[in-house]
Design a protein around this ligand. Sequence first.
Ligand SMILES: C[S@@+](CC[C@H](N)C(=O)[O-])C[C@H]1O[C@@H](n2cnc3c(N)ncnc32)[C@H](O)[C@@H]1O
Length: 266
Amino acid sequence: MGRAIEDRGIRCAGWWEPHLRCTREFLERGVPASKKVAVFGAGRLLDLNLKRLLERCEVVHLFDADPGCMRAWRAAAGKEFGKRVVPRIVDLTECLDEWSHGLARSARVGTLAEYLTSREAPIPSWSGEGFEGVISLNMLGQIPLYWRDRVLTGKSELSDVEAEALMRCMGRLQAAHAEGIAQLQPTWAAIITDTEYYFYDVDQPEWRVESAVFDEKTRDMLRLRPESRTPRSESWLWHVAPQFIESDVEGEIHRVEARFLTSFKR
Ligand SMILES: C[S@@+](CC[C@H](N)C(=O)[O-])C[C@H]1O[C@@H](n2cnc3c(N)ncnc32)[C@H](O)[C@@H]1O
């Protein structure tokens, strides 16, 4: 999937650049001098300037599930790789492999809805590490989609009950990521996430709108509600899949919300 993002990023480079620039600039404006920082969903560092981050942060842990990221991390970190830049190839949810084991069987025997409903997302162990700052690069938006895609690979047509169970399950993954950050109690956290998906067809005046936040508690916890006031917040549109480049029948735009949160200490 990391490779797919990389390929799509190349095909859509001009369309993605405003989003990547907004993300980099949001971080550069807001990240304070810090000792130890975690970057969740570092990927190929398209939306983060590692050199700038290292000017302000002593040690940076880069997290991603995709081992293909290592080459980009090594190149960007130079002689700091393995010293001030610590590579961490892990599944941030710490449950997707285990959840995947029972998936095919439950779909086969007709118990997929029950299986999804019984999945409890654990609070990840990284929540016990002492990070002064946290950057979450669209992990809230992406984590549930990766799980959804695994589920749909096993069964492409879901019943209404299964679809509802899947959405709740996706919400629990999102909530566990948000709760993991809250339990870390960092001094600051920069959360960048999709909050809505817009699907369009250039021949049609209507848009289809889908929420990218599947859990009320997550919405509340990160104060993503439009009426909320946060110390610093920004929002922009990411033309993620322009029609006729990724698909001839529709295009896709994401609403991205970026927040600097500073009130985790209880
Ligand atoms: C969320 S976007 C961030 C884009 C990234 N910053 C870049 O510049 O390429 C996608 C990244 O999240 C990672 N990812 C998705 N689910 C993950 C998980 N459960 N644990 C760790 N990383 C995950 C993907 O491997 C991918 O690199």
